[in-house]
Design a protein around this ligand. Sequence first.
Ligand SMILES: Cc1cc2nc3c(=O)[nH]c(=O)nc-3n(C[C@H](O)[C@H](O)[C@H](O)COP(=O)(O)O)c2cc1C
Length: 496
Amino acid sequence: MASRLALALLLVLLYLILCAAVAWRHRRLQRAAAAEAAALLPTADAGPPVLVLHASQTGQAESLAWRTGKFLHLAGMPVRVCALGQVSEQDLRASRHALIIASTYGEGDPPDSAAPFVRDVMSQTPGLDLRHLQVGVMALGDQTYAHFCGFGRAVHAWLLQCGAQPLFDRIDVDREDPAGFAQWQQRLSHVAGTADLPETTDWSGPAFEPWQLVERRHLNPGSLGGPVFHLALMPPAGQPLPSWEAGDLVQVLPASVMAEDSTGGADVAIAAATSVADADANANANANANDVAGRTRPREYTIASLPQCGRVELLVRQTRREDGRLGQASGLLTEQLPLNGEIALRVRAHPSFRIGDNHQRPLILIGNGTGLAGLRAHLQARAAAASPPAWLVFGERQSAHDAHYRDEIAAWQRSGLLRHTDLAFSRDQAERLHVQHLLAQQSERLRQWVADDAAIYVCGSLQGMAGAVDAVLREALGDARVDQLLQQGRYRRDVY
Ligand SMILES: Cc1cc2nc3c(=O)[nH]c(=O)nc-3n(C[C@H](O)[C@H](O)[C@H](O)COP(=O)(O)O)c2cc1C
């Protein structure tokens, strides 16, 4: 009896130590981020800071904005880096210079984080008077979309319409083209008034490296849907795993081949894309037309695991092009690359889908298909940190084939981490049933969870799911509340 009690006490103690360690790590990360922002802040007599504003969905524009901020700071300029959505009319009135890096989503739409700016500032009539403001815009986009750099262009046009003075011509960057980034860096040197700034960072991000595919499991044989695979990858031998957080993603070079070099070691040879780009419908990869420049764009996949598990795990749906050929990246990962073969990959932060300030909040996790990847990583992080409860709303086709990670979900239900689990299998009954329908049926619970401070994470397809879920949220909670959640970082989306 006494030994049982001692064991129970020991377990409680270990649990408390674990919680304290997690809380400490989180505080440390938050302090580091705050220190980074504070380091850029101007001293009292330095005049108004240069506003460096980002409109970002998956983090590219945000990370470029921070690099821009550090670059200008090195040149002695006062800088304020923040999301475009956090900027007010007064901020623009009080500034002299603004540099804006804006990506585009949907069909020429702004990223979620920029919605408040579009609604509250850009839509004002008559427009603002910004004749005192000098501006530079870098628009990020993908030429395979009809509305190439649509939002960056719209912001730029709006600024000029308000009388703002262009510091230089707008720079449109197609699929992370390094030449576009180099042009931006050059323009910044002019803005900073120096031609010889030190090379601060590699603007194109970390290098791709030859990761090894160590596991491939077909999860849904017999499904009506496309084949879905659980994959595991390890970094090059001898290299430690990079660090990442739940919500982050990997980029894979679809047209890269890992060739043996003359010394017998593995090397990354990046071949130009030779043909029409694929339509990898899963991952955040939305290639859907000719790869115009013959230059290939990395495909992005949300990571389904945490570094603690020792490897990057992905949930990837194999896609086929209209002519029946396999999708470039998904074909490589799910079929063409032999087990233990190598593929060019790098890990990329995705700040807007991370847990951020929400780690003490209940989580409503909503997704479909391979969108379960990001939700799984968040659930794993919750399980490790003994956090507040979560509610999973997940949709796929058939329960007999497509209940991915069924055992893990059952274990999280048993442990109490998943307080509610609503699964929509669209083809299990005559009427199509999707996550938005289940959510609409649970609108009372939804309101209660949000009133209890929950955060909402949506991961999966943009077409069909994300828009319909957004409509249900707005119906249940009201537009103002949903916009407020977006602004507070309590409604985050990783949709593709
Ligand atoms: C679902 C989806 C839709 C997109 N729509 C467009 C578009 O309409 N026009 C465009 O130029 N780029 C589009 N893009 C490409 C992104 O703007 C581009 O990848 C950008 O570099 C992402 O930057 P971020 O990480 O800061 O969000 C789209 C990307 C995705 C995943």
